[in-house]
Design a protein around this ligand. Sequence first.
Ligand code: SF4
Length: 965
Amino acid sequence: MQHLANAINLRTCFVLIKGNILIKQRIITNSKVVSILLFSDRSVPALITVLLEILVILATRPNLNAKQEVNTTCAYCGVGCGIKAEVRPEQRRVTVQGDVSHPSSLGYLCSKGSSLGETLALEGRLLQPEIGGKVVNWQEALSEVSQRFQKIVAQHGPNAVAFYASGQLLTEDYYVANKLMKGFIGSGNIDTNSRLCMSSAVSAHKRAFGSDTVPACYEDLDHAQLIVLTGSNTAWCHPVLFQQIRKAKEHNASLKVVVIDPRYTPTCEIADLHLAIKSTTDVALFNGLLTYLAEHNALDTQFINEHTEGFDKALESAQKDVPSMLSVSQTCGVPLHDLKTFFDWFTHSEKTMTLYSQGVNQSSRGVDKVNAILNCHLATGRIGKPGAGPLSLTGQPNAMGGREVGGLANQLAAHMEFGNSTDRDKVARFWNAPNLAEKPGLCAVDLFNAVAKGEIKAIWIMATNPVVSLPNADYVKRALQQCEFVVVSDCVARNDTLDLAHVKLPALGWSEKDGTVTNSERRISRQRALLPAAGSAMPDWWIISRVAEHMGFAKQFNYQHPVEIFREHAALSAFENDKEHGLRDFDLSAFANISSEQYQTFEPVQWPVNATYPEGRQRFFDDGRFYTDNRRARFIALRRKPAQFLSDSQFPFILNTGRLRDQWHTMTRSALTPRLNLHRPEPFVEIHPKDAARYQLVGGNIANLRSAWGQMMARVKVSEAQRIGEVFVPMHWSEQFAKKSRVGALVNPVVDSLSGQPESKHTPVSVQRFSASWYGFILSREPLQNLGSDYLVRVKGHDYTRYEMAGHTLPDDWRHWITQKLRQSYEGAMQWQEYTNPNQGIYRCAVLLEGRLIAIMNIASNPGNSVLPERYWLASLFAKPELTEVDRLALLSGKPSTPDLNRGALVCACYSVGENTLITAISEHSLQNYQDIGRHCKAGTNCGSCVPEISALIRKVAKPPKQLT
Ligand code: SF4
């Protein structure tokens, strides 16, 4: 009933369903319910019971006018930072700060987390269920979904339907989704976008440890002598963890940091050594390390003998794979000297941590890459000890929670496996599920292939946007276009996937959800509801459970509150989990009877939480006991293999994809925050200067990128941070924000044969200049429609929307063109300022209404900044109620009245400090380090996410740099 309570808080008229009772409530003014209407074919006593429940909630709910403080967890990455939110529900206002009591983050938040309060407006939310674009009530929507799924299952069997879930779901949501599909519909076809994130790590953990166990914790970083960051731009993708490493380094001068990444990323700013290995050569590197460790007496032979198996074969394989240091150096493309430095540091650092992320996982050899790392830790016995161990960094806030409940198609639930008949029997008995799926379902890429082939006829996509994020994304889009029945539950009204849904189901957003999430160090934290539900939005677990009820499983899905689900999830983890029946690592038996009050006050804790570890467990395998049949860890014998697709004359570059500092996934939430959009406002392709020169590409050009699977457009960024022959494109842009810039359309659909994880870091592509006749941008107070340029990117600003454009065809008359795009109501009242220089193809105009800026357009025949003015300065003019004469003149000249207004690209999102401002400050005041900068202009002193870029700028001003992305 908590969510009923949330919904009751709304100032609107809406319909809810509880059981088969419709509850229609009318306007609430000053937090008072004006009327409540109940419709049902149920008996009067049943109606009275529900009415009494509502009255109790109304009587006990908090005062909406009062300020409340709520502890919750960040919505974004797998670091899982704690948030202390100050909430004013009546105004729907939330301000966030780091929760100093949260053990994983100790009060720190990055730029994304600290701006979460700016993403909570109702604008753009999906507020009502829809069928075929028509608003319906929940009853109709639930009936439609359940009946269509039931009909397809009856006609074609359970494997003709599928769920595609997300690491954004809470554990309770995930649990019921998995239970419904695997336990009651009877198919394994539930997979998740976490497949794209860390499924290779999961498979590698199981191969080596016999279980999907993360042995280490964040505190280990403070004890380490050597931290190896491989395939991880930690500075941007896990910023608070990066800050912890930076601080550890400041406190311990002997701590060494090695970054292994084909690119020079902001993470390299704290690196003592950067190994820019060639794409896909990780196995050779760690095979080389294993050989080196053996040759230099760095093995922990006692640990190997007592707690592992398969070492000799693994070493033999490694030695054959890369017989010499020289062969490692040549294979990986790194200098021999650097290689030896890394191997020496690893050899002599008893406390070594290796952190790995998507750069390792997103590969057709992702599992082998992780096992190559684990081999080195097992060989040195560096696992389960303070400051020593491998640590997989998960991308999403609840990727780990999904793993716990069996959100991946090849898992069962509570770390039980399809391949184990005892496990299947346990889960079936626990759920009382006579129809439990007998085999794994399809992993993400195969699942959408089955949709394309018509084998899967109904799919329910939950809180994710596969039309953007999956590889071969155009194919995925076509698959959904022709799918018989597509259901999408999400909190936003539009994204590229929702546009293809037959049924849209409004789910709660981050600030409304109530449940638990688990971060990269196995720490379970509460996400707590801060605000009432938006419109008729409901929790994902509620939606799934009600569909399950409609499908005839009322008894097993009669959940009314997330604590009931969490309790059951904990009880399942404990079910026959002992020496007699078989031990499992994941055990929450201490919470099997958790009360509602305990759930409300739940404090973050690392699983397992049981009789042996009532306060949770920091590290696994400190006892040398693993979860294989003989309790020994397994070495895996590995040989390097080339990627399936290599560059050639048609596609001469290898495309690498990844995240940016200030955007999240497909931008549906982070792009609501103007200051986050200013860091990297456009999709770009980063290319080495030599490659750029070879292909006549200049920074600021627009490029066409093509692969065997699709194409996209992006702004060219020339940078020595990139290896020759490799290019980088961020993963975030969708059709909601850019016309042709989904990098997923290019990415090859090859997957790791063991994990099913796609190879998002290695696709052969071509890069060619898009020969535009014109380039330009518009800043407009009102959003504009149908701009029709070939290249088009939309960027939300504070008082304006920015459109970056380029096109082949020049309009006859720019003034006529822009007039058509502006709102009709401005006609006649608008004042125009214009400047034209036909020789340079320049057209500038500013449109004002009573002295206030309405729009600015700047067009030129080339994209250089010398002809197209600085956007940030122009954007600042939209904050003015009336432009001065000086402003107007500056607009026409394309230059600000004073140079300091030309702030440059945003670096510090918290204090809006731009690159030009920082460069001027560094040179004029001889600032030496980021602390000097902080004292001078506050940049970098709040969330600290920009510190690596500030450090890079200091180097750049001091000497010619390697640029950052
Ligand atoms: Fe959120 Fe940033 Fe913490 Fe990740 S590092 S959980 S994005 S605040």
